[in-house]
Ligand binder design. Sequence first.
Ligand SMILES: NC(=O)CC[C@H](N)C(=O)O
Length: 313
Amino acid sequence: MAVNEWEQLKLHLDKWVEECRETSAAGKVAEYIPELSKAKPDMLGIHILDAKGRSISAGEAQDSFTMQSISKVFTLILALMDHGESAVFSKVGMEPTGDHFNSIMKLELVQPAIPFNPLINAGAIVVSSMIKGENAEAKSARILAFFRELAGNPNLEYDMQVYISESKTAHLNRSIAYFLLDKGVLGCGVDEVLDIYFRHCAIKVCCADLARMALVLAFDGKDPLTGKTLIPRRYVQIAKTFMVTCGMYNGSGEFAIEAGLPAKSGVSGGILTLVPGRYGIGVVGPALNSKGNSIAGVQLIERLSQTLDWSLF
Ligand SMILES: NC(=O)CC[C@H](N)C(=O)O
């Protein structure tokens, strides 16, 4: 079964990528972070990695891009490893919002005033403020080291242009952070937390890096290529559940029906997804749909899942 499926992927992946690439024309590259607007709108790449280290890629899988919101899954995991569940979930909720990723609408609606979940911007900013370390630099260094270990890539670095570009223009995120500071849910100051947050959003990866990070989640926290346990199983379970309920923002419900896989998107067009116990998958396609998810990337994952019967449901 798995052998046939691998053969099928080898045979058809290039064609599926080229067919889905056409959808990019209906999407739009993010512009609110000026540096991201330079991405090629019709780029589409995918890398699929299995537990034996076999991989298949197609399209522009080698090109690099920034993680953006994909990083939020792993900062959540690091915060859980630093503080445990009850401390983390006293500052951030577990419920989807149904709103856009940077919406501030619901922040005032709940008591205590904690963000709905760790994958919207408000929740991820709170999570960034919880990472252990003496100062912003030390906290960011721990995040980068953790991501490098998960990706099996000691060369992961920040895209400084994207980091600077977002730092200069993130007025909405800044206002979210001030609101959270006022409500007493930030673990540090606004400038410090935003510096940590913008840095992890600007970590530069390619599809193979995302696939390797996803593979660790697909194997409940153990990197099957090294045999090393990098994340406690319970925290992977929490992360994967958030990916299903909130990972594609207000497109999560439709994606659960059409693809049925845990996934996390970012505004640079990246998507990290996985087939539990089988594959880690990294995708990139910078043209976004109205929900802020890669338009061609979503179509490609849905096509794969439907053709190969990957849905968990
Ligand atoms: N959806 C995203 O990828 C958003 C991340 C981006 N850095 C922001 O805060 O706006």
